[in-house]
Design a protein around this ligand. Structure first.
Ligand code: UD1
Length: 417
């Protein structure tokens, strides 16, 4: 298995251009199933999760080509209704295929995704939303069967906010008869991007980005050409790299409204962030300031997907920071690895930990345990004295395109072996 070898203390500086968001492209790729035609999607990141989704689409009959940053998906012939367990095991978010598949086919089968490293991750909200739209659901031996005669618009009231369940509900409702009203919808920018993509195909959806989404069912969708929004989490990760190493970073094509939950916190940590017409500039602090308290919350709160990267930043701050993870149960796995690199972190409960800033981190051998936790180790290694070896980097490659090339172009001493 591949590893990164990083020699720390180089400044991460220069100009960064990040491609489309992982969490936007995956539901958009699922959405192409609804379109019995061609979808052309630009700004697609070259990450392993995209390749898993390509294989899923091919396994049900879609023809897919991917070159440069453009995906062309021909979904005119969807002729298989089961999603193999292997794919669901590889990528839990393949569950978002359900809503689109049941929009296209009368009966579908998919394995239950189960929990994953960062938490139990139930799918009750996804299933309840589909049931509201007239889908009959049965589960036997870990396989979920969904059947419907026709989908019928309805009111869906989520008792908890879920990004994936909101997306599944939208996908299933696009071709349902009548109006679907989604209450307590998740408000993430990627949900707005899914709405924009579906509307570009001829769907009638409004409200995404707020907690109320309304969908008027349509009979047919049409071919589409679309470009995905930039990845706010990838951008945020590189911003932290610059902040930790004292480099100045210019980011092209960052969308201010998407970045603010992250950039406001980085400003509190002493970064000077200026938005321009085309992106943003980050000037690092001389000494990283503690942000005192960081609580993850659904958008527009601070994203759980940036929690571990911020923790790396705070390991070098001038004080104590309390982290409160409210979204997933097991998202502190990186702490143990950061401690090996000299960080002062105390786990107070499963969801709360205390980070006391230290003068410097040191290189060592660490293991990436999940996608964002792995990214936090890369950040610590970039700022640490000496060499760090990070194993199990396949987690990181699920969500960061050419991480080592991008970092090298910004001044890092990093190799992938
Ligand atoms: C998406 C993102 C992930 C991000 C997360 C939270 C994608 C591909 N992934 O994941 O990167 O970390 O949003 O912003 O977009 N829950 C239930 N029942 C359900 C569904 C969810 O209890 O049926 C719970 C989850 O266990 C979790 C919380 O709701 O505690 C939020 O999860 P959710 O928003 O659904 O995350 P994902 O869509 O899986």
């Amino acid at each position: 298995m591949s590893k990164y070898i990083i020699n720390g203390c180089n400044k991460i500086e220069g100009t960064l251009r990040i491609r489309g968001a992982k969490n936007a492209i995956l539901p958009i790729m699922a959405a192409t199933i609804l379109n019995e035609s061609i979808s052309i999607i630009h700004n697609v990141p070259c990450i392993s999760d995209v390749f898993v989704m390509i294989r899923i689409l091919e396994s049900i009959g879609c023809k897919v080509s991917y070159s440069e940053d453009t995906l062309i998906i021909d979904s005119s012939n969807v002729n298989f209704n089961k999603i193999d367990e292997e794919y669901v095991r590889k990528m839990r978010s393949s569950i978002i295929i359900m809503g689109a598949m049941i929009g296209r086919l009368e009966c579908i089968e998919i394995s239950h995704p189960g929990g994953c490293a960062i938490g139990a991750r139930p799918i009750d909200l996804h299933l309840k939303a589909l049931e509201c739209l007239n889908v009959k659901i049965e589960e036997h031996d870990g396989v979920i069967s969904c059947c419907r005669q026709y989908l019928e618009g309805n009111e869906i009231r989520f008792e908890r906010t879920s990004v994936g369940a909101t997306e599944n509900a939208m996908l299933a409702a696009v071709k349902a008869r009548g109006i679907t009203k989604i209450y307590n919808a998740a408000k993430e920018p990627e949900i707005e991007d899914l709405q924009n993509f579906l509307n570009a195909m001829g769907a009638k959806i409004k409200g995404a980005g707020t907690d109320y989404i309304e969908i008027e069912g349509v009979d047919k969708l049409d071919k589409v050409e679309y470009s995905v929004i930039p990845d706010r989490i990838a951008i945020g990760t590189y911003m932290v790299a610059s902040a930790m190493t004292g480099g100045r970073l210019e980011v092209e094509k960052a969308i201010r409204a998407h970045m603010e939950p992250i950039s406001n916190v980085l400003t509190n940590a002493g970064c000077n962030i200026n938005y321009t017409e085309s992106g943003l500039t980050l000037i690092p602090p001389k000494k990283i300031k503690t942000i005192d308290f960081l609580k993850t919350s659904p958008h527009p709160g601070f994203p759980t997907d940036m929690q571990s990267q911020l923790m790396s930043l705070m390991t070098l701050s001038d004080g104590i920071t309390i982290f409160f993870e409210t979204i997933f149960e097991n998202r502190f796995m990186h702490c143990k690895e950061l401690i090996k690199m000299g960080a002062d972190i105390k786990l107070l409960t499963d969801k709360i930990c205390m980070v006391t800033g230290v003068e410097s981190l040191c290189g060592g051998k660490v293991k990436s345990t999940d996608l964002r936790g792995g990214a936090s180790l890369v950040l610590a290694a970039l700022a640490a004295e000496g060499e760090t070896e990070i194993s199990d980097i396949y987690h990181i490659e699920r969500g960061y395109e050419n991480l080592e090339e991008v970092l090298r172009s910004l001044g890092a001493d990093i190799r992938r072996i």
